[in-house]
Design a protein around this ligand. Structure first.
Ligand code: PLP
Length: 417
């Protein structure tokens, strides 16, 4: 047998370089994390070879007895983790879970209300470039420009006027708690379905560190690879809605938007949910929030503005709109220091989404590699040093200095080695 390096030197080198990059860089992209070695190993299992269209016990192919075990484990563990009575673990990713919800619960042309992408929503919540924005009449809601908080009164006013068939809760960039009970009350007033996409905060929800949407929403979707720290994938959850509702969701996933499920990923989801049911996972999620607060405090002490004034979850959005440089410049300067974050629009951003006036940072990945408050405060200090230097034109020199300290810290906290 040949090794990967012998058979495909280019690919082998790309993987080695990526392994090194993940070890040597500090990862602050709020949607990323490091899956455990066991989650990684299961994705590499023979389950990848198996076709299993359908659901456990009702497959279109023979030979599904062992993949059925894996899928049933994933479903049962997710039900225990999120205290719910319906789970579909087949969505290939968050976007597919969301597509299935649209397909199951509204018709093309129906009115749907979602959080404005520019205020922290996700593409699949109605952006014009996405299927959601193309096929449905989207009415966005957003943040109060003064406070940077979701304006629930305004959400209610818009809902009463637009009368959506579905109201979407959930976000890709919002650092505060969302009031799910209030959203359900608004949905009930207009007869809308409440769907919460908890992709970013699912791990925090599982650990009791973020308000649980399941008692309030008709349906909840999530990715499995962000704070939840599993393999890349999606899930759909629900509670107390009854079999007819669940059948609609199941048939929207398969055969609605997908063919054969990725059984190796579903097995890895089962393992990740077992990890998430452990006491260590709760401790980890608590530390994720503590670390985010520690970073926000340093940034604010050093004069940086955080949208909404702080964070209650794993992320924050730094508002750079009063700075002489852009989000893109900040992103590039931090990359130069081996710190990976992402440029992000801030509410009412005058700049394009490719340039932006903000930076989104999050703590799931650094917390997984073992950073505590002391390391996060140090890291936040370096972040400020690099950004300060952008104003004086000395960011490259400062980045070179910070890079050495980043390398030393990363060696102290290896990800996999
Ligand atoms: N929903 C939310 C809130 C997200 O932030 C994301 C990804 O960033 C998704 C859905 C889409 O997930 P995926 O990239 O797995 O399709």
């Amino acid at each position: 047998s040949v090794t990967l390096a012998e058979f495909d030197a280019e690919l082998s080198e790309a993987i080695r370089n990526e392994e090194r990059r993940q070890e040597d860089h500090i990862e602050l992209i709020a949607s990323e994390n490091y899956a455990s070695p066991l989650v990684m190993a299961i994705q590499n299992s023979v389950f990848t070879n198996k076709y299993a269209e359908g659901y456990p016990g009702k497959r279109y192919y023979s030979g599904c007895e062992y993949v059925d075990v894996a899928e049933r484990l994933a479903i049962e563990r997710a039900k225990a983790l999120f205290d719910c009575d319906y789970v579909n673990v087949q969505p290939h990713a968050g976007a597919q879970a969301n597509a299935a919800v649209f397909l199951a619960l509204v018709k093309p042309g129906d009115t749907v209300m979602g959080m404005n992408l520019a205020h922290g929503g996700h593409l699949t919540h109605g952006n014009p470039s996405n299927f959601s924005g193309r096929h449905y009449r989207i009415v966005p809601y957003g943040l109060d420009p003064e406070t940077g908080l979701i304006d629930f009164d305004e959400m209610e006013r818009i809902a009463l006027e637009a009368r959506p068939g579905m109201l979407i809760g959930g976000f890709s960039a919002y650092s505060r708690h969302k009031d799910w009970a209030r959203m359900r009350a608004i949905a009930d007033k207009v007869g809308a379905i409440l769907w919460v996409d908890m992709a970013h905060v699912a791990g925090l929800v599982a650990a009791g560190e973020y308000p649980d949407p399941l008692p309030h929403a008709h349906v909840v979707t999530s990715t499995t690879h962000k704070t939840l720290r599993g393999p890349r994938g999606g899930i759909i959850l629900s509670k107390g809605q009854g079999e007819d509702f669940y059948k609609k969701l199941d048939s929207a996933v398969f055969p609605g938007v997908q063919g054969g499920p990725l059984m190796h990923i579903i097995a890895a989801k089962a393992l990740a949910f077992k990890e998430a049911l452990s006491p260590e996972f709760k401790t980890y999620q608590r530390q994720v929030v503590t670390n985010a607060r520690a970073i926000a405090a340093v940034l604010q002490q050093r004069g940086y503005k955080i949208v909404s004034g702080g964070t209650d979850n794993h992320m924050m959005l730094i508002d750079l709109s009063d700075k002489p440089y852009t989000g893109k410049d900040a992103d590039a300067a931090l990359s130069d220091a081996c710190i990976t974050a992402n440029k992000n629009s801030v509410p009412n951003d005058p700049r394009s989404p490719f340039v932006t006036s903000g930076l989104r940072i999050g703590t799931p990945a650094v917390t997984t590699r073992g950073f505590g408050v002391a390391e996060c405060e140090q890291l936040a200090g370096w972040l400020c040093d690099v950004l300060d230097a952008l104003e004086s034109g000395s960011s490259h020199q400062v980045a070179c200095h910070v890079r050495e300290q980043v390398a030393a810290l990363c060696r102290r906290y290896p990800v996999y080695r």
